[in-house]
Design a protein around this ligand. Sequence first.
Ligand SMILES: Cc1cc2nc3c(=O)[nH]c(=O)nc-3n(C[C@H](O)[C@H](O)[C@H](O)COP(=O)(O)OP(=O)(O)OC[C@H]3O[C@@H](n4cnc5c(N)ncnc54)[C@H](O)[C@@H]3O)c2cc1C
Ligand SMILES: *[C@@H]1O[C@H](CO)[C@@H](O)[C@H](O)[C@H]1NC(C)=O
Ligand SMILES: *[C@@H]1O[C@H](CO)[C@@H](O)[C@H](O)[C@H]1NC(C)=O
Ligand SMILES: *[C@@H]1O[C@H](CO)[C@@H](O)[C@H](O)[C@H]1NC(C)=O
Ligand SMILES: *[C@@H]1O[C@H](CO)[C@@H](O)[C@H](O)[C@H]1NC(C)=O
Length: 528
Amino acid sequence: MEKLFLLISCLLMFTHQFCSEAATSNPEYPYSFMTADAQKAASRSYDYIVVGGGTAGCPLAATLSQHYSVLVLERGDSPYGIPDVEDFRGSPTTNPNVAQGFVSEDGVQLVRARVLGGGSAINGGVYSRASTEYIRKIKWDEKLVYESYEWVERLNAFQQYKLSTWNSATKDGLLQAGVLPYNGHTFDHLVGTKISGSIFDENGKRHTAADLLQYANPENIVVLLNATASRILFSFGSGKPKASGGVEFRSNNDGLIYQISLNQLSINSEVILSAGSIGSTQLLLLSGIGPKRQLKEMNIPALLDSPFVGKQVQDNPSAAFTIVSSKPLEDSYSQLAGILDNSQNYIESGSLVQRNNGTNTQYLGVLDIKLAFPLSRGDLWLKSVDPRDNPYVRYNYYSHSLDLQRCVKGIKVMVNLSMSSSIQEFAFTDSGNSKTLQFLGRALPKNQSNDDALAKLCKEALGTFNHYHGGCQAGLVVNERYLVKGVDNLRVVDGSIYKDSPGTNPQATTMMLGRYMGIHILQERTIS
Ligand SMILES: Cc1cc2nc3c(=O)[nH]c(=O)nc-3n(C[C@H](O)[C@H](O)[C@H](O)COP(=O)(O)OP(=O)(O)OC[C@H]3O[C@@H](n4cnc5c(N)ncnc54)[C@H](O)[C@@H]3O)c2cc1C
Ligand SMILES: *[C@@H]1O[C@H](CO)[C@@H](O)[C@H](O)[C@H]1NC(C)=O
Ligand SMILES: *[C@@H]1O[C@H](CO)[C@@H](O)[C@H](O)[C@H]1NC(C)=O
Ligand SMILES: *[C@@H]1O[C@H](CO)[C@@H](O)[C@H](O)[C@H]1NC(C)=O
Ligand SMILES: *[C@@H]1O[C@H](CO)[C@@H](O)[C@H](O)[C@H]1NC(C)=O
């Protein structure tokens, strides 16, 4: 039964893919169902309102639209035709039309997406699945997980057959430093050194989660751009508050406030938050769901005292080291992953050509390390009641001593990597004929025997991969089906439900999660 259902929905999706492709004409707005006309979009009700057309939201909405009417509310604009997004050499993270920077209370500079496609439109492009252990621990249905990854990969994941000079050297260096075995090209999470997938294709063109809307049923979906949700609207009767009132949002085009409601004829209609770790958590708080005392401080009427909203948020600490190369390098994004055997650190690399002004060109090779499963956790709380403002976030990096110990272990491998003959190829030879790697900024030591010095280096080099997650954590804020505890008709599907970040990089699993939960929701309704 389940198999048959999947087969039918799969067939349907391929038909629709071709239908919508045929309807594509304007390359800047390729979907007939994408609009910024708030008045028209708000003139009807929907079975599902998905808040946030991001990495999880797009695949989720595309899947639900096979059988039900869906509205996607996205605060940003279309990613199509924006060179900063589409070209791998672009700088989306510093383009305010598609990204919003924020500084954590720890002082780390981070960035949020503000564009259809979400993080997948501004990120580094690495595509890598979660480990089998992760999938088992989180108790997902393994078969559906792999089917969902494949559904994403048919459109959005590419094997990288051409390695850049720097990535190729890093690959050899990792093997020399003992990050073994070599696993070749794979999307799978395997201990050792591998060539990861990418959402950049062979031509360096980015494929964002918005591309998964090709799977949508164009008759059943509206994607409203430039629409910032401000709160969820509840109705009260017997039992728990229901999100059936829908969502209030502000159109950035006309500056007006609109309310959009759920289909009142169905008891199964839902508002689904897919606004990301920061956005979904913020929206629950703005809607009166959160720690009571904190809501009171902001003069928000408490609908539900939910003490864990915004608690235990996390960002994986990282450290990047930049080497000025003695040889020419190309611009290249991250293509490799060194997955260390204690599974506590991941190493990646990339390179860039710094064309200062035509006369002096610098070639920079970057080695990056990320702590896989930090124990330090932090908090998110509101700065204002304006949904356009960033909330306060504190990640408390390295507040747990074990995190620092694990970083030290990882840095030791980085030292060995930098000392490998493959990386030493890029060193400069001085007058005394000895070779030295020239670092831009913070250097890796040659000597890895001083743990205290390495711990100090971890703290000084503290940076981020922007893999921050949590805020509506599964088990605390939402239940095992990601329904918000204490209210009805409200779910969260995005990186805010994670306790730990999946895979070396999370986007593969977050796109997968959108598809996976879409199928789950369709199945729940077929069964009930
Ligand atoms: C700079 C950077 C580099 C990264 N590199 C990689 C990488 O190489 N590989 C990888 O796997 N991962 C990478 N990541 C992480 C990954 O991209 C994110 O973890 C993932 O995209 C998060 O998905 P999400 O669905 O939880 O949220 P998002 O994709 O951020 O989606 C949230 C969406 O909701 C919208 N939204 C928010 N609030 C509202 C509101 N109030 N109303 C309406 N819409 C709203 C946002 O505009 C956004 O489109 C990177 C992230 C960043 C920022
Ligand atoms: C969205 O808003 C931006 C900035 O206000 C504007 O330039 C853009 O045209 C809008 N997009 C659409 C599709 O109307
Ligand atoms: C280019 O950079 C060099 C060195 O940084 C500087 O001396 C020179 O004035 C610059 N030239 C231009 C045209 O900006
Ligand atoms: C680094 O290399 C040295 C010398 O080969 C070796 O003794 C040491 O164990 C390596 N360290 C790590 C963390 O792999
Ligand atoms: C590395 O540092 C340790 C402790 O500080 C020292 O004993 C050792 O001689 C150093 N090794 C090298 C190769 O410099």
